[in-house]
Design a protein around this ligand. Sequence first.
Ligand code: SAH
Ligand code: SF4
Ligand code: F3S
Length: 476
Amino acid sequence: MAEKLDLSFTKQEESRQGEVFFQEAPAHTGQQRLFYIESYGCQMNFSDSEIVASILGEVGFQPTREMEVADLILINTCSIREKAEETVRKRLQVFNKQKRQRPDLMIGVLGCMAERLKAKFLEEEKLVDMVVGPDAYRDLPTLVAGAEEGEKGVNVFLSREETYADISPLRLDSNGVTAFISIMRGCDNMCSFCVVPYTRGRERSRNSYSILAEAQDLYDRGYREVTLLGQNVDSYKWENPETGDVVNFAQLLEMVAQVHPDLRIRFSTSHPKDITDEVLYTMAKYENICKYIHLPVQSGNSRILKLMNRTYDREWYMDRVRAVYRIMPDCTISSDIITGFCTETEEEHQESLSMIEFAKYSMSYMFAYSERPGTPAAKKYADDVPEEVKKRRLDEVIRLQTQVSYHHNKADIGKTFKVLIEGDSRRSDQEFKGRNSQNKMIVFPKKHGLRPGDYVDVTITEATSATLRGVVKGEE
Ligand code: SAH
Ligand code: SF4
Ligand code: F3S
């Protein structure tokens, strides 16, 4: 068991709410061991939880949605903003209550916060049995065996090679239609505000053929959409050790698109500095590569972008946006925006607002800057924009984006889109929900004979800033 202690780093919040992963819980036989897992943060973490589930499955652990019957409780944590850390601490209190009632219960902390806090976690949270970083999940069976003997374990070793390429993820809480495929891990970009390079280590790309095999297997099992995941997918680069051939992201996209015309491909996240015209032309060439790009700008101002070490400026970003719309007029773009980064002035903030209008984002994820200890920004710049100013700017950004999203969606009324049905809508089992190629969620009344995984043409009749509503074409 590796026990590498490197206490050099950083800190944390959440991008997504904690979600409980489950499958049909098997009967608790006493023999069978059950694990319960909650995941926070980005899609990468959710995807990792499926790798964890597969690794634990190999040693006889089955997933359960009820923590009360679990032998092992895991929490896959996020470090991106401070709030996530607070959320995890609160969840740990709930788990600890369980442990006081059932001393045999094991608790494990996984993911980015495990990587940040390392062995310190065991001191701070006395009831935690194991702390496992994102590259150490293969060690889980050993750590669990140790915990069963009352031994606390830490493995936060960050690897240069690990991609879990050979592990077939156990799809948890799946709709059976859409799935994530990790194509790379880590990040080499060093954006000054960001903790990810410290919590996930160096960037490495996964074997293209294992990605293809996973996509094919998903298609064969009825899935109809895969999202290729990486912190910066445009820098995907895999060298075939046998032939020396190198596969770049555009080529990988093309390979996956050819698995089957009915398998939709999405990907996330694109870095504006690396997205090439070759990628855009490949997207345009294949109908099944979705016409949607998440292209986080972070700030609309060149000076702030430089301080953020994003390595592009406002003009470069605007040029990329123009290229997207030129090559794919029907493509949508979404973004991430941070307000109140170190030294940001009111005028510079205005440039983030004007970028929302220029790029016509269909939606954005928007955040107030949260300093992460150990990051370049924390070391070099004062976090000097007052909290209330960050929040006010955030409100302005959210308000404008909501308007832009509303207009974007309103313009779809009367259009017909090919929608992949994902399941029942949140509100009613009389309605289906699904997304169009542009990643917009569309809700429409069910029609006899249709089921999740089917494609259907839907004509849009109503729009809000978040959702489109429509009717199956021909039923208007
Ligand atoms: N790899 C992706 C981002 C992953 S993190 C990319 O480069 O775009 C997701 C988002 O969280 C970031 O795009 C950024 O907008 C936000 N974020 C990251 N660090 C942050 C911080 N310290 N404070 C506030 N938001 C942050
Ligand atoms: Fe963080 Fe930048 Fe890497 Fe994205 S590209 S994960 S923001 S360092
Ligand atoms: Fe959070 Fe780690 Fe993802 S910090 S956003 S879970 S890479």
